[in-house]
Design a protein around this ligand. Structure first.
Ligand code: SF4
Length: 350
């Protein structure tokens, strides 16, 4: 039997075209849209205002669910929740919800594994299997929203498994749903896409309709160190990235967030402070300092096995010095490391 397309892979315009080609009135597309994203139904026969003959047609043509929920782990110390989800072709991915007062941030995955092999990241150690579809990205939001209810997801960060900008089309499609007013979705100012640094895609995002906040996994202001810990830098150096980042900040009138995982001896030296000060003068930015979270659960080898966290006293002194030099610096509190849900720890052993 031919594999059915998941209906959540269609934009509202594509849905309208399909509805009309099936001989129905265009307004049915808005009704379907409402059932899918506002009421978040799980079966076509729950669409009460759609004629039975038409939802039978929908059933034949499309599938509606792309993920199933397998387990939830809840952190003892921070209430961070990590969800293990399975795609219809039995691939495993993770999504995380990080609570912070009234705020609940969903950290979403965009790929099964990741091809970029950053040395400090558990997902990178998994290798790469495939991109997620738009439906699979959207369903992470729908599924976890239901599991979290009555509390609500207030923010989304594309910082889970995978490099979002390597799955550009699906990420754009998911953004069109998340930010759609009809779905009572999430404002683009509450959505952040994080990238290891793909200049062409950053430029494409800057001229798209979804100019969300951008974070760059920086981790060092120097190409030499970035080459070692982030192999993608050999292809797209900081020199290539700078114009794209400056352009993005200008177009969106926002500052780029530099993600900066503190690695003992690699990026916590005096010269790194000088390098960051210089870079911050060139690019409108703020710095998010992240304590290095253990990736021992992936039994790493090579350089990954040698990486160690900067001790806390030194990390705080580093942040203070940057602030003293006029930079905006946040320190990300480690959330969910007891369940391997913290930054850089997501990975699934198949
Ligand atoms: S840090 Fe991001 S881009 Fe790098 S390997 Fe991990 S998931 Fe991929």
């Amino acid at each position: 039997m031919e594999k059915r397309l998941n209906i959540k892979n269609l934009s509202i315009e594509e849905l309208q075209d399909w509805v009309e080609s099936a001989g129905e009135k265009k307004f049915r597309a808005s009704q379907i849209f409402d059932w899918l994203y506002d009421k978040q139904i799980e079966n076509f026969n729950e669409m009460k205002n759609i004629p039975k003959s038409f939802y039978s047609l929908l059933e034949n043509e499309f599938e509606i669910q792309s993920l199933s929920h397998l387990t939830t782990q809840i952190s003892d110390n921070t209430d961070t929740k990590k969800y293990l989800l399975q795609t219809n072709d039995k691939k495993l991915i993770e999504a995380v919800i990080i609570p912070d007062g009234e705020k609940n941030t969903l950290c979403i995955s965009t790929q099964v594994g990741c091809p970029l092999d950053c040395k400090f990241c558990a997902t990178g150690l998994m290798g790469y299997t495939r991109n997620l579809t738009a439906a699979e990205i959207i369903d992470q939001y729908i599924l976890t929203s239901k599991l979290l209810a009555p509390a609500k997801i207030t923010n989304i960060v594309f910082m889970g498994m995978g490099e979002p900008l390597l799955n550009f089309d699906a990420v754009m499609r998911s953004l069109s749903i998340f930010t759609n007013k009809k779905t009572k979705g999430i404002s683009r100012t509450k959505i952040t896409v994080s990238t290891a640094g793909l200049p062409e895609k950053i430029n494409a995002l800057a001229v798209s309709d979804y100019r969300v906040k951008l974070a760059l996994s920086l981790h060092s202001p120097f190409d030499k160190i970035r080459n070692e810990i982030m192999p993608i830098n050999k292809k797209h150096s900081l020199k290539d990235l700078k114009p794209a980042l400056i352009n993005y900040a200008k177009k969106t009138k926002t500052r780029i967030t530099f993600e900066y995982t503190m690695l003992k001896g690699y990026n916590d030296r005096e010269e790194d402070i000088e390098g960051l000060v210089k870079l911050s003068k060139q690019i409108p930015s703020k710095i998010n300092i992240i304590p290095f979270n253990s990736i021992a659960h992936m039994s790493p080898g090579g350089l990954s096995a040698e990486l160690e966290p900067t001790v806390y006293d030194k990390l705080f002194a580093f942040a203070e010095e940057l602030r003293f030099r006029g930079l905006t610096v946040m320190i990300r509190q480690t959330q969910g490391d007891d369940i391997a849900a913290a930054c850089g720890q997501l990975a699934v052993k198949h």
